[in-house]
Design a protein around this ligand. Structure first.
Ligand SMILES: *Cc1c(COP(=O)(O)O)cnc(C)c1O
Length: 366
């Protein structure tokens, strides 16, 4: 009896390399692209541990919870870390990065999250990249929540380590991820005696045993189902056109923002300026008299299919997230999310106008 997930032919080196090449095309990059056999935290941590050490001075930009984690890893590697924390309702500016370089010329590593699904903001990476390149620091970027939702262009932007995962706007699997690595970044790792080697975290193992060997022999049996799912999701993006997929996410963000404002009931966009709001997910500030996680719980009871979540940790009280990514980057998912929130808010006696919200979604969907 055949089974769709089982008894598959082994996934060979040729197929693995072809999937890497496809991911590289998606990023318009000539850099080496290494597919990592785990969720995106694997290359995110692996790249920091490989590239940073006791001699590193890192500028760590915090625009959400991931920036905090990167700072912890950097400190653990022995790096000197300069944290640049930006309120979650806005984005960091290239000018703030320039200022940090002026105050600390010794900075030789910059870590940044492109878009934050957790806080709903997105940072101007193209402009920041120019500043980082002019200073000469190594540029590390978490593009997990931006790839597929907005342009991610490591070569054009001078990103040395660009990490992506397929589980957000790409609409793919969570169990594999990828990182593009510049020549400069490989050199930095090779010179770092503390870079992981013969380790699951090691990028250098893939460089030395996979890439330098002409991608003929894999290091270990690949996560076959996840690799096939990654291939399928890239194929689907290619068929629709990357621009069309990104446009769908931009439309979802514009529609969710306009719809929430029209819904009323005291709901407000969490990110003040629309240009700083991520296309991957829209965050909303709950009215002060209610608890955001409670509103989400009620909304999900009203409609269990909607892509709503409360903010993580301390944000659970005040932040509602509309995760309109992947299969949920549709007018239907945005409409249903706002209608369900309308139910939850009106139960609390807050004045909402669901009809106006639905009209605003239609109007904003371009
Ligand atoms: C989603 C996301 C990741 C991956 O983390 P998960 O918690 O496994 O989803 C990494 N970085 C950013 C910025 C993300 O939004």
């Amino acid at each position: 009896m055949t089974h769709p997930f089982l008894d598959l032919a082994p996934l060979g080196a040729d197929r693995f390399a072809a999937i890497e090449d496809r991911v590289a095309r998606l990023l318009s990059t000539e850099q080496d692209v290494v597919i990592m056999q785990g969720e995106a935290l694997l290359p995110l941590e692996g790249a920091i541990r490989a590239a940073a050490g006791p001699g590193t001075t890192a500028l760590n930009v915090i625009t959400g919870p991931y920036g905090q984690t990167f700072g912890d890893w950097l400190r653990d590697c022995g790096a000197t870390v300069i944290d640049l924390a930006v309120p979650f309702h806005t984005a960091v500016t290239a000018e703030q990065i320039r200022q940090a370089f002026a105050e600390h010329p010794e900075i030789d590593f910059v870590s940044l999250v492109h878009a934050e699904a957790a806080t709903g903001n997105t940072n101007p990476v193209a402009e920041i990249g120019e500043v980082v390149r002019a200073h000469g620091a190594l540029f590390y970027l978490d593009a997990v929540a931006s790839v597929g939702a907005e342009p991610v262009l490591p070569d054009a932007w001078g990103v040395d380590l660009c990490v992506i995962g397929a589980q957000k706007a790409m609409g793919g699997p969570a169990g594999v991820s990828a990182v593009s690595v510049s020549e400069r970044a490989w050199a930095r790792m090779a010179a770092n005696p503390k870079a992981p080697r013969r380790s699951y975290l090691s990028l250098l193992d893939w460089k030395e045993r996979w890439i330098d060997g002409g991608r003929k022999a894999l290091l270990h049996a690949p996560a076959q189902l996840e690799m096939l799912a990654l291939e399928a999701c890239v194929e689907r993006i290619e068929a629709a056109g990357l621009d069309a997929v990104m446009a769908r996410h931009a439309a979802a963000a514009a529609a969710a923002r306009a719809g929430a404002v029209a819904l009323g009931g005291g709901l407000e966009p969490y990110v003040y300026e629309a240009r700083d709001a991520a296309p991957v997910a829209t965050t909303l500030r709950a009215p002060s008299q209610v608890v955001a996680s409670e509103m989400v719980r009620r909304a999900l009871e009203a409609d269990p299919a909607v892509p709503l979540a409360a903010g993580g940790g301390a944000l659970a009280k005040e932040m509602i997230r509309v995760n309109h990514y992947g299969a949920d980057a549709t007018p239907g998912a945005v409409r249903a999310s706002l209608a369900a929130l309308g139910v939850a808010l009106s139960e609390q006696g807050l004045p909402v106008d669901v009809e106006a919200a639905l009209r605003a979604v239609e109007g904003a969907w371009r």
